[in-house]
Write a protein of this length. Structure first.
Length: 178
């Protein structure tokens, strides 16, 4: 990691991280649908292109040839390839999408007003009913905006919920009994 990278904020970096993660999700989905290849030399992973619709098949033979799967690695041109499909062991870790955990969260909507305009809070609670994060949402006809609640405001929301509804087990129990 370069000095420059350490100084960049998450707000500046999230665009690249988002793109990187969604490239993996799209690649995973494409391999499950069409199969793919892994290069044994450089570990590059790619998928065979989607089968084009009969109606949209290109007339140009050069374009047709380009859509054929290549017999060498597009990155390093090695020929030692492993064919992979949806049943491949460890496909998620091949693609780099092997989640460390799946954690259950509860989402609670606190609706203050209906219709146009309307506003509400969305709260995220852990399975013990503790407040993890919250956002404020405002909607008017065909329009809407949302804001993450942070710092002192988040503490205010926590105190308000605690006072009016309770947090933790008491909130979870009252929500389940509705
Ligand atoms: Zn390669």
């Amino acid at each position: 990691m370069t000095q420059d990278k350490r100084q960049r904020s998450c707000a500046e970096r999230i665009g690249e991280e988002y793109q990187d993660t969604f490239e993996k999700i799209r690649l995973y989905d494409a391999i499950v649908r069409n199969g793919g290849f892994r290069c044994r030399d450089c570990d590059h992973l790619w998928t065979t292109p989607d089968v084009p619709d009969e109606n949209s098949e290109p007339d140009d033979p050069e374009l047709q040839a380009e859509s054929e799967p290549k017999a060498d690695c597009p990155k390093c041109h090695a020929l030692d390839l492993e064919e992979i499909g949806p049943d491949t062991d460890d496909l998620p870790s091949f693609v780099g999408l092997d989640p460390l955990s799946l954690d259950l969260r509860y989402s609670v909507r606190v609706q203050f007003s209906w219709d146009g305009p309307s506003d509400h809070l969305d709260l995220t609670l852990d399975t013990d009913g503790a407040l993890l994060c919250a956002s404020y949402h405002f909607f008017d006809w065909f329009d809407g905006a949302a804001r993450e609640i942070t710092g002192d405001d988040l503490q205010e929301v926590e105190a308000y919920m605690q006072h009016d509804f309770g947090l933790g087990d008491s909130l979870l129990e009252s929500l389940k009994s509705r």
